[in-house]
Design a protein around this ligand. Structure first.
Ligand SMILES: [Zn+2]
Length: 501
């Protein structure tokens, strides 16, 4: 028989229940937030459009439940739709979000540019017009904090010709023409970047900053290409602006000889791509040019040093304002293909001004990119070998064991590539404070829809490989708005199986 409940018993029970409920509400939340902060960074790159399309709480539920995400890398400054905006046109839409492409993507600063930080630059007006006055950091940070989820700003070196005054910071090519890219030795660009980073650091309660530049200098751009099978136009390489020329002189580089060397290299590239095998071979004659014009390499080193000096300047600035803010870099995928870029990207050196490095290890897209890299290089540096042998040579020097040239776009690179690249990266920063957070590929739009796609089983293997290789965190890339939910869940499953979260 059920006990008869008198009014007093009833009230007592209710009070106890309410107290228990209160405790139950507050403690697990605080506990959960605390637990999240003690976990390795499980980050995801995400653009503002996803929060608007799907709702902040819904997106966070999805990310936390499926992929155990505890850190958001929000695309805050870019004019590129690789990391902001919805799925790229003509690529399959994912199984969440608005089922449409954003045809009017513009880009810019998705937070609020506060004018006092842009006094020392001609670049002032960068507010992204895509969502009116919306400030994505103001919108997301409070919701994320409540859950113990960290927020990093994620900015990249991708500009648009529509930015007022951008012509004043653009690079100059070999023939003095403006490029679409901007110069790291241009004070107005440098001061803009410093202002942007100071603005983010001072104006918002952020946990970290990530910035990235997916470019290399004139030498690399002339003879190689990661994204363009036919190679880049060798006359449009950069930078030869007056600031770069001044800097070169201070470094003791003979500027006239540098111009002469690059024009000689341009002629060599055009001749090689035109189907003319140099009588002494491609490899030998490239070296002959480098011996004759050491200025080629000196100029390239200066370009890369300028990027790394920018890293150091951002790092020192942010740390001087809020030492607890984590500062690190998205390292361009070229690091996995180009031995020249890898030589210039010395992680031990970078560790002096990096709390973490997002080592890009996009396995699926990597297949297409490796194929493209070999195709573009096969007319220049690797011209002496049949392409399959050149690929084997490439695998040896980069320390990979992957598929043949014809298969690559249809298979991608393997989880073993992710493992090897992580091991190498971790070894390079051994003994330093810098952590390696592999950036893994979840459904990055492949160039052609018939090429390989990410699958949950391989995604699990890739996630595990990143930690087995010694990674201390993870950055799920490239943007949430192109990822399929099953692959996000596969990340979470792998992390839970390995007891990483
Ligand atoms: Zn320049």
């Amino acid at each position: 028989m059920p006990r008869e409940v008198n009014r007093r018993d009833f009230l007592t029970t209710m009070a106890a229940g309410t107290a228990a409920l209160n405790l139950g509400g507050a403690q697990p939340l605080a506990f959960a937030a605390e637990k999240l902060r003690s976990q390795p960074v499980i980050g995801i790159q995400i653009g503002s459009i996803s929060f608007l399309d799907e709702g902040v709480e819904k997106v966070m539920d999805n990310l936390q439940e499926r992929a155990a995400v505890n850190t958001l890398f929000i695309a805050t400054f870019t004019y590129g739709n690789g990391i902001a905006g919805r799925q790229l046109k003509d690529h399959p839409l994912p199984d969440h979000g608005v089922q449409n492409y954003d045809d009017h993507f513009h880009g810019g600063n998705y937070a609020t540019p506060h004018a006092q930080h842009y006094k020392n630059t001609v670049i002032k007006d960068t507010k992204a017009p895509d969502h009116g006055n919306l400030d994505i950091l103001e919108m997301v940070i409070p919701a994320a904090k409540k859950r113990g989820v960290r927020v990093y700003t994620w900015s990249e070196d991708v500009w648009s010709a529509t930015v007022p005054n951008v012509d004043k910071i653009q690079e100059k090519d070999l023939y003095g023409r403006n490029a679409r890219t901007v110069c790291f030795n241009n004070p107005d660009h440098h001061n803009f970047l410093m202002g942007l980073m100071e603005d983010y650091t001072r104006s918002y309660d952020i946990d970290g900053i990530m910035w990235g530049s997916e470019r290399y200098g004139a030498f690399g751009n002339m003879i190689e290409s990661v994204h363009n099978r036919n190679g880049n136009d060798p006359s449009r390489v950069t930078c030869f602006c007056s600031f770069c020329q001044e800097k070169a002189k201070k470094r003791g580089i003979n500027v006239d000889r540098a111009f002469e060397g690059f024009k000689a290299l341009e002629a060599w590239v055009r001749s090689c791509r035109g189907g003319n095998r140099p009588p002494d071979g491609y490899y030998v004659t490239l070296w002959r040019l480098m011996f004759r014009y050491p200025e080629l390499l000196a100029w390239e080193t200066m370009w890369n040093d300028s990027v790394h000096e920018t890293y150091a300047a951002i790092y020192n600035l942010v740390k001087s304002i809020k030492p607890e803010v984590q500062v690190g870099w998205h390292v361009w995928h070229a690091n996995s293909f180009s031995p020249l870029f890898r030589a210039q990207t010395d992680y031990a050196e970078l560790s002096k001004y990096s709390d973490y490095l997002k080592a890009t290890v996009y396995h699926n897209l990597g297949g297409t990119r490796m194929e493209t890299y070999m195709t573009s290089n096969h007319n220049t540096m690797y011209g002496d070998m049949p392409i399959e042998e050149a690929l084997q040579f490439e695998y040896r020097i980069m320390n990979y064991r992957e598929r043949g040239y014809e298969e690559l776009p249809y298979t991608g690179l393997s989880p073993d590539y992710v493992y090897r690249e992580t091991v190498r990266s971790v070894a390079s920063v051994q003994g330093t404070k810098t952590e390696i957070w592999p950036g893994i590929d979840i459904d990055i739009s492949n160039m052609d829809p018939k090429f390989s796609r990410c699958t949950p089983p391989v995604t699990k293997e890739v996630t595990k490989a990143a930690f087995r290789g010694g990674g201390k965190g993870l950055v799920i890339s490239r943007k949430y708005s192109e990822m399929r939910l099953a692959n996000l869940s596969a990340v979470g499953e792998a992390l839970r199986e390995e007891k990483i979260v």
